[in-house]
Design a protein around this ligand. Structure first.
Ligand SMILES: O=C(O)CCC(=O)C(=O)O
Ligand SMILES: [Fe+2]
Length: 390
Protein backbone atom coordinates (compact mmCIF):
# COMPACT_ATOMS: atom_id res chain seq x y z
CA UNK A 1 0.00 0.00 0.00
CA UNK A 2 1.24 3.53 -0.78
CA UNK A 3 2.43 5.38 2.30
CA UNK A 4 -0.16 8.18 1.86
CA UNK A 5 -2.94 5.57 1.95
CA UNK A 6 -1.36 3.90 4.96
CA UNK A 7 -1.23 7.22 6.78
CA UNK A 8 -4.86 8.00 5.92
CA UNK A 9 -5.91 4.60 7.27
CA UNK A 10 -3.87 5.12 10.42
CA UNK A 11 -5.58 8.43 11.06
CA UNK A 12 -9.10 7.32 10.13
CA UNK A 13 -9.09 4.02 12.03
CA UNK A 14 -6.86 5.13 14.91
CA UNK A 15 -5.02 1.88 14.29
CA UNK A 16 -2.26 3.17 16.60
CA UNK A 17 -4.66 2.82 19.58
CA UNK A 18 -4.71 -0.27 21.82
CA UNK A 19 -6.68 -0.83 24.98
CA UNK A 20 -5.06 -1.15 28.39
CA UNK A 21 -7.79 -3.61 29.37
CA UNK A 22 -7.22 -6.00 26.46
CA UNK A 23 -3.44 -6.06 26.20
CA UNK A 24 -3.35 -8.48 29.12
CA UNK A 25 -3.91 -11.01 26.37
CA UNK A 26 -0.51 -12.10 24.99
CA UNK A 27 -1.64 -11.85 21.36
CA UNK A 28 -2.81 -8.24 21.80
CA UNK A 29 0.36 -7.34 23.70
CA UNK A 30 2.50 -8.72 20.85
CA UNK A 31 0.42 -6.78 18.31
CA UNK A 32 0.97 -3.59 20.26
CA UNK A 33 4.75 -4.20 20.59
CA UNK A 34 4.95 -4.94 16.86
CA UNK A 35 3.04 -1.78 15.96
CA UNK A 36 5.29 0.31 18.22
CA UNK A 37 8.45 -1.11 16.70
CA UNK A 38 7.21 -0.43 13.15
CA UNK A 39 5.73 3.02 13.64
CA UNK A 40 7.67 4.39 16.64
CA UNK A 41 4.63 5.10 18.80
CA UNK A 42 1.25 3.82 19.97
CA UNK A 43 -1.59 4.86 22.21
CA UNK A 44 -2.96 2.98 25.18
CA UNK A 45 -6.62 3.83 25.78
CA UNK A 46 -8.40 3.68 29.15
CA UNK A 47 -5.42 3.72 31.50
CA UNK A 48 -7.18 6.21 33.79
CA UNK A 49 -10.91 5.47 34.24
CA UNK A 50 -13.35 8.22 33.18
CA UNK A 51 -14.73 8.63 36.70
CA UNK A 52 -11.25 9.56 37.99
CA UNK A 53 -10.36 12.09 35.27
CA UNK A 54 -11.70 15.25 36.94
CA UNK A 55 -9.97 14.49 40.22
CA UNK A 56 -6.63 13.69 38.60
CA UNK A 57 -6.80 16.57 36.12
CA UNK A 58 -7.21 18.97 39.05
CA UNK A 59 -4.40 17.23 40.92
CA UNK A 60 -2.07 17.75 37.95
CA UNK A 61 -3.01 21.44 37.66
CA UNK A 62 -2.23 21.83 41.38
CA UNK A 63 1.02 19.88 41.01
CA UNK A 64 2.13 22.19 38.21
CA UNK A 65 1.40 25.16 40.46
CA UNK A 66 3.26 23.67 43.46
CA UNK A 67 6.20 22.63 41.36
CA UNK A 68 6.69 26.03 39.69
CA UNK A 69 6.23 27.83 42.99
CA UNK A 70 8.85 25.58 44.57
CA UNK A 71 11.32 26.27 41.74
CA UNK A 72 10.69 30.04 41.98
CA UNK A 73 11.27 30.01 45.75
CA UNK A 74 14.48 28.01 45.35
CA UNK A 75 15.68 30.38 42.62
CA UNK A 76 15.22 33.27 45.04
CA UNK A 77 17.21 31.52 47.77
CA UNK A 78 20.13 30.51 45.57
CA UNK A 79 20.57 34.05 44.31
CA UNK A 80 22.67 34.24 47.46
CA UNK A 81 25.76 32.53 46.07
CA UNK A 82 27.21 31.98 49.56
CA UNK A 83 24.29 29.99 50.85
CA UNK A 84 25.32 26.50 52.02
CA UNK A 85 23.70 23.28 50.77
CA UNK A 86 22.93 22.31 54.36
CA UNK A 87 21.07 25.56 54.98
CA UNK A 88 19.10 25.04 51.78
CA UNK A 89 18.17 21.47 52.70
CA UNK A 90 17.01 22.58 56.14
CA UNK A 91 14.83 25.35 54.77
CA UNK A 92 11.22 24.27 55.40
CA UNK A 93 9.75 26.73 52.92
CA UNK A 94 11.17 24.91 49.92
CA UNK A 95 11.20 21.26 48.85
CA UNK A 96 14.85 20.57 48.06
CA UNK A 97 16.25 17.05 48.13
CA UNK A 98 19.81 15.75 48.14
CA UNK A 99 20.83 13.76 45.06
CA UNK A 100 23.28 11.84 47.22
CA UNK A 101 26.38 12.84 45.27
CA UNK A 102 29.23 14.71 46.88
CA UNK A 103 29.61 18.14 45.29
CA UNK A 104 26.35 18.08 43.31
CA UNK A 105 23.67 20.60 44.23
CA UNK A 106 20.41 19.47 45.78
CA UNK A 107 17.42 19.60 43.43
CA UNK A 108 13.72 20.42 43.64
CA UNK A 109 11.77 17.37 44.76
CA UNK A 110 10.30 15.05 42.13
CA UNK A 111 6.80 16.17 41.10
CA UNK A 112 5.42 12.72 41.95
CA UNK A 113 4.95 13.86 45.57
CA UNK A 114 2.18 16.19 44.40
CA UNK A 115 0.39 13.51 42.36
CA UNK A 116 -0.67 10.66 44.71
CA UNK A 117 -3.84 9.82 42.75
CA UNK A 118 -2.08 10.00 39.41
CA UNK A 119 0.71 7.78 40.79
CA UNK A 120 -1.73 4.85 41.04
CA UNK A 121 -2.21 4.98 37.26
CA UNK A 122 1.40 5.73 36.41
CA UNK A 123 2.01 2.32 37.91
CA UNK A 124 -0.61 0.58 35.73
CA UNK A 125 0.64 -3.00 35.50
CA UNK A 126 -0.20 -3.42 31.79
CA UNK A 127 1.63 -0.23 30.95
CA UNK A 128 4.70 -1.37 32.91
CA UNK A 129 4.59 -4.76 31.19
CA UNK A 130 4.40 -3.11 27.78
CA UNK A 131 7.33 -0.78 28.49
CA UNK A 132 9.40 -3.67 29.90
CA UNK A 133 8.72 -5.59 26.70
CA UNK A 134 10.03 -2.62 24.73
CA UNK A 135 13.08 -1.76 26.85
CA UNK A 136 14.39 -4.39 29.24
CA UNK A 137 13.50 -6.25 32.43
CA UNK A 138 14.62 -3.48 34.80
CA UNK A 139 13.28 -0.06 33.89
CA UNK A 140 13.41 3.38 35.52
CA UNK A 141 11.40 6.56 35.23
CA UNK A 142 14.03 9.26 34.76
CA UNK A 143 11.85 12.34 34.19
CA UNK A 144 8.32 13.29 35.17
CA UNK A 145 6.50 16.60 34.99
CA UNK A 146 3.06 18.08 34.30
CA UNK A 147 2.62 19.91 31.03
CA UNK A 148 -0.24 22.34 30.54
CA UNK A 149 -0.97 24.02 27.21
CA UNK A 150 -3.43 26.91 27.64
CA UNK A 151 -5.98 27.68 24.94
CA UNK A 152 -4.58 29.78 22.10
CA UNK A 153 -5.89 33.28 22.09
CA UNK A 154 -5.11 36.19 19.80
CA UNK A 155 -1.79 36.75 21.60
CA UNK A 156 -0.64 33.23 20.91
CA UNK A 157 -1.36 33.63 17.24
CA UNK A 158 1.08 36.51 17.04
CA UNK A 159 4.77 35.81 16.78
CA UNK A 160 5.40 36.28 20.47
CA UNK A 161 8.56 34.91 22.02
CA UNK A 162 7.73 33.08 25.21
CA UNK A 163 11.15 33.09 26.85
CA UNK A 164 13.27 30.16 27.98
CA UNK A 165 11.75 26.84 28.84
CA UNK A 166 12.65 25.05 32.04
CA UNK A 167 15.29 22.96 30.28
CA UNK A 168 17.33 26.03 29.46
CA UNK A 169 16.38 25.77 25.78
CA UNK A 170 15.39 29.00 24.06
CA UNK A 171 11.64 28.72 23.50
CA UNK A 172 10.66 29.20 19.91
CA UNK A 173 8.16 31.69 18.65
CA UNK A 174 4.83 29.90 18.62
CA UNK A 175 4.24 31.22 15.16
CA UNK A 176 1.18 30.73 12.98
CA UNK A 177 -1.18 27.74 13.39
CA UNK A 178 0.79 25.58 10.97
CA UNK A 179 4.13 26.06 12.75
CA UNK A 180 5.75 22.97 14.30
CA UNK A 181 8.54 22.22 16.74
CA UNK A 182 9.92 18.91 15.40
CA UNK A 183 12.43 17.12 17.57
CA UNK A 184 13.55 13.75 18.85
CA UNK A 185 13.69 13.32 22.62
CA UNK A 186 16.57 12.70 24.97
CA UNK A 187 18.87 10.71 24.68
CA UNK A 188 18.35 11.37 20.97
CA UNK A 189 18.09 15.11 21.52
CA UNK A 190 21.38 16.70 20.46
CA UNK A 191 20.66 19.83 22.51
CA UNK A 192 21.18 17.52 25.51
CA UNK A 193 19.39 20.11 27.72
CA UNK A 194 22.59 22.05 28.18
CA UNK A 195 24.05 22.77 24.74
CA UNK A 196 27.74 23.68 25.05
CA UNK A 197 27.60 24.09 28.84
CA UNK A 198 29.51 21.19 30.47
CA UNK A 199 27.74 21.80 33.78
CA UNK A 200 24.31 21.31 32.21
CA UNK A 201 24.81 18.97 29.23
CA UNK A 202 23.51 15.47 30.07
CA UNK A 203 24.81 13.78 26.88
CA UNK A 204 23.18 12.48 23.72
CA UNK A 205 23.54 9.55 21.35
CA UNK A 206 25.80 10.09 18.36
CA UNK A 207 24.23 10.01 14.89
CA UNK A 208 23.48 7.88 12.98
CA UNK A 209 21.28 6.51 15.75
CA UNK A 210 21.61 2.76 16.42
CA UNK A 211 18.44 0.74 15.94
CA UNK A 212 17.76 0.25 19.64
CA UNK A 213 14.88 1.58 21.76
CA UNK A 214 16.68 3.51 24.49
CA UNK A 215 13.94 5.65 25.94
CA UNK A 216 10.17 5.52 25.87
CA UNK A 217 8.32 8.80 26.36
CA UNK A 218 4.89 8.41 27.92
CA UNK A 219 2.36 11.24 27.93
CA UNK A 220 -0.82 10.91 29.97
CA UNK A 221 -3.61 13.08 28.57
CA UNK A 222 -6.04 14.42 31.16
CA UNK A 223 -8.49 15.72 28.59
CA UNK A 224 -9.62 14.64 25.15
CA UNK A 225 -7.10 15.59 22.47
CA UNK A 226 -7.42 15.92 18.71
CA UNK A 227 -6.45 18.32 15.92
CA UNK A 228 -8.15 21.19 17.76
CA UNK A 229 -7.28 20.46 21.35
CA UNK A 230 -3.64 19.60 21.47
CA UNK A 231 -2.96 16.09 20.13
CA UNK A 232 0.79 15.48 19.85
CA UNK A 233 2.16 15.69 16.29
CA UNK A 234 4.06 12.64 15.03
CA UNK A 235 5.63 11.37 11.83
CA UNK A 236 4.99 7.62 11.87
CA UNK A 237 8.08 5.59 11.03
CA UNK A 238 10.53 8.50 11.45
CA UNK A 239 12.27 6.70 14.37
CA UNK A 240 14.04 4.56 11.77
CA UNK A 241 15.50 7.62 10.02
CA UNK A 242 19.12 8.44 10.81
CA UNK A 243 18.46 12.20 10.86
CA UNK A 244 16.96 14.30 13.62
CA UNK A 245 15.19 17.66 13.16
CA UNK A 246 17.64 19.44 15.52
CA UNK A 247 20.63 17.79 13.84
CA UNK A 248 23.03 20.55 12.78
CA UNK A 249 23.87 18.71 9.55
CA UNK A 250 20.45 17.24 8.73
CA UNK A 251 19.05 20.20 6.82
CA UNK A 252 15.55 19.97 8.28
CA UNK A 253 13.44 23.07 8.98
CA UNK A 254 12.20 22.06 12.40
CA UNK A 255 9.47 24.72 12.50
CA UNK A 256 7.71 23.69 9.26
CA UNK A 257 5.18 20.93 8.48
CA UNK A 258 6.67 17.69 7.11
CA UNK A 259 4.93 15.28 4.77
CA UNK A 260 3.68 12.19 6.60
CA UNK A 261 2.77 14.13 9.75
CA UNK A 262 -0.37 13.45 11.77
CA UNK A 263 -1.87 14.46 15.10
CA UNK A 264 -2.80 11.91 17.77
CA UNK A 265 -6.48 11.66 18.72
CA UNK A 266 -7.52 10.28 22.06
CA UNK A 267 -9.89 10.46 25.00
CA UNK A 268 -8.88 11.72 28.42
CA UNK A 269 -7.21 8.95 30.41
CA UNK A 270 -5.28 7.62 27.42
CA UNK A 271 -1.55 7.35 27.24
CA UNK A 272 0.66 8.23 24.28
CA UNK A 273 3.80 6.09 24.12
CA UNK A 274 6.70 7.08 21.90
CA UNK A 275 10.21 5.95 20.99
CA UNK A 276 12.54 8.87 21.79
CA UNK A 277 13.83 8.67 18.19
CA UNK A 278 10.41 9.46 16.69
CA UNK A 279 10.13 12.90 15.08
CA UNK A 280 7.34 14.66 16.93
CA UNK A 281 6.16 18.09 17.94
CA UNK A 282 4.20 19.57 20.77
CA UNK A 283 0.96 21.08 19.55
CA UNK A 284 2.01 24.73 19.58
CA UNK A 285 -1.60 25.81 19.47
CA UNK A 286 -4.58 24.65 21.45
CA UNK A 287 -7.67 25.82 19.57
CA UNK A 288 -10.13 24.54 22.19
CA UNK A 289 -11.33 26.65 25.10
CA UNK A 290 -9.81 24.33 27.74
CA UNK A 291 -6.24 23.84 28.98
CA UNK A 292 -4.58 20.73 27.58
CA UNK A 293 -3.45 19.04 30.78
CA UNK A 294 -0.90 16.23 30.51
CA UNK A 295 1.92 14.53 32.37
CA UNK A 296 5.13 13.81 30.46
CA UNK A 297 7.35 10.97 31.66
CA UNK A 298 10.51 9.34 30.28
CA UNK A 299 11.30 5.69 30.94
CA UNK A 300 14.68 4.04 30.31
CA UNK A 301 16.34 0.66 30.76
CA UNK A 302 18.73 0.24 33.71
CA UNK A 303 21.75 0.52 31.41
CA UNK A 304 21.16 4.05 30.15
CA UNK A 305 23.16 6.69 31.98
CA UNK A 306 20.47 9.17 32.94
CA UNK A 307 21.95 11.48 35.55
CA UNK A 308 25.67 10.96 35.55
CA UNK A 309 26.53 14.32 33.99
CA UNK A 310 25.42 17.97 34.34
CA UNK A 311 27.21 18.09 37.72
CA UNK A 312 26.12 21.63 38.57
CA UNK A 313 22.54 21.46 37.35
CA UNK A 314 20.09 22.26 40.11
CA UNK A 315 17.02 22.88 37.97
CA UNK A 316 17.06 20.35 35.16
CA UNK A 317 14.24 17.82 35.45
CA UNK A 318 16.46 14.77 35.21
CA UNK A 319 16.01 12.27 38.04
CA UNK A 320 14.52 14.72 40.49
CA UNK A 321 15.03 13.11 43.91
CA UNK A 322 12.76 11.92 46.72
CA UNK A 323 13.24 11.23 50.42
CA UNK A 324 12.95 7.76 51.90
CA UNK A 325 9.50 8.46 53.35
CA UNK A 326 8.33 9.79 49.96
CA UNK A 327 9.70 6.69 48.25
CA UNK A 328 8.03 4.44 50.81
CA UNK A 329 4.62 5.99 50.19
CA UNK A 330 4.65 5.26 46.44
CA UNK A 331 2.31 2.59 45.05
CA UNK A 332 3.89 -0.90 45.15
CA UNK A 333 4.29 -1.20 41.35
CA UNK A 334 5.93 2.20 41.09
CA UNK A 335 8.61 1.64 43.75
CA UNK A 336 10.97 -0.40 41.54
CA UNK A 337 10.75 2.27 38.82
CA UNK A 338 11.60 5.12 41.16
CA UNK A 339 13.96 3.57 43.70
CA UNK A 340 16.96 5.12 41.93
CA UNK A 341 15.59 8.57 42.82
CA UNK A 342 16.06 7.97 46.53
CA UNK A 343 19.68 8.19 47.63
CA UNK A 344 18.76 6.82 51.06
CA UNK A 345 17.71 3.48 49.53
CA UNK A 346 20.33 0.99 48.31
CA UNK A 347 19.32 0.07 44.79
CA UNK A 348 19.84 -3.42 43.44
CA UNK A 349 19.33 -4.99 40.06
CA UNK A 350 15.84 -6.45 39.81
CA UNK A 351 14.65 -10.04 40.16
CA UNK A 352 14.10 -10.92 36.50
CA UNK A 353 17.71 -9.99 35.72
CA UNK A 354 18.95 -11.82 38.84
CA UNK A 355 17.04 -14.93 37.73
CA UNK A 356 18.57 -14.68 34.26
CA UNK A 357 22.06 -14.34 35.74
CA UNK A 358 21.47 -17.25 38.09
CA UNK A 359 20.52 -19.42 35.12
CA UNK A 360 23.62 -18.25 33.20
CA UNK A 361 25.90 -19.14 36.13
CA UNK A 362 24.28 -22.57 36.36
CA UNK A 363 24.75 -23.17 32.65
CA UNK A 364 28.43 -22.10 32.80
CA UNK A 365 29.16 -24.36 35.79
CA UNK A 366 27.43 -27.27 34.07
CA UNK A 367 29.55 -26.79 30.94
CA UNK A 368 32.76 -26.68 33.01
CA UNK A 369 31.72 -29.77 34.94
CA UNK A 370 31.12 -31.77 31.74
CA UNK A 371 34.49 -30.64 30.41
CA UNK A 372 36.20 -31.72 33.61
CA UNK A 373 34.48 -35.11 33.46
CA UNK A 374 35.64 -35.44 29.88
CA UNK A 375 32.04 -35.77 28.70
CA UNK A 376 32.14 -33.27 25.84
CA UNK A 377 32.98 -34.11 22.27
CA UNK A 378 34.70 -30.80 21.51
CA UNK A 379 34.76 -31.52 17.78
CA UNK A 380 31.02 -32.14 17.44
CA UNK A 381 29.37 -30.25 20.30
CA UNK A 382 28.75 -26.99 18.40
CA UNK A 383 28.19 -28.43 14.93
CA UNK A 384 24.67 -26.94 14.83
CA UNK A 385 25.81 -23.40 15.75
CA UNK A 386 26.20 -21.19 12.69
CA UNK A 387 26.98 -17.48 12.47
CA UNK A 388 25.96 -15.90 9.21
CA UNK A 389 28.25 -13.39 7.55
CA UNK A 390 26.41 -10.78 5.50
O1 LIG B 1 3.30 18.14 24.58
C1 LIG B 1 3.39 17.22 23.77
O2 LIG B 1 2.41 16.72 23.22
C2 LIG B 1 4.75 16.68 23.43
C3 LIG B 1 5.76 16.96 24.50
C4 LIG B 1 7.16 16.71 24.08
O3 LIG B 1 7.49 16.60 22.94
C5 LIG B 1 8.22 16.58 25.11
O4 LIG B 1 7.99 16.88 26.29
O5 LIG B 1 9.33 16.14 24.76
FE1 LIG C 1 9.46 15.66 22.83
Amino acid sequence: MKSTNLLEKLIKNRSYAFNAKTINNKKNMNKCVKFFKNYGFCLLDSVIPQNKIDLIRQEIINAQFQSSLNVKNIQKLVKNKNIKEKTLLNNRKVFLRSVGKEGSPSKPVNDIIWMPNFAKHLSNSKLIELVSNLLDDHIRIVQLHPKIIPPSNTNHLLNVEIGKDNLGMPRLYKGPPNARDWHTDWPHDPSAYGGGNPNENIGFIRQPFPDVIMCVVIIFYLNDVDEKSGGTWVIPGSHKDKRTPRGPKDNITLTAPISGEMQVRSRAGSVFIQDSRLWHSSPLHNFSNKDRVAVVSRWCPWWLSADEFAPKSRFNIVCRPILKKEYRSLPKNLKPLMKHLCSEEANTIQKKILDGSKAAVKRTRWAHKLLKQNKVDLKKANKNIKINLY
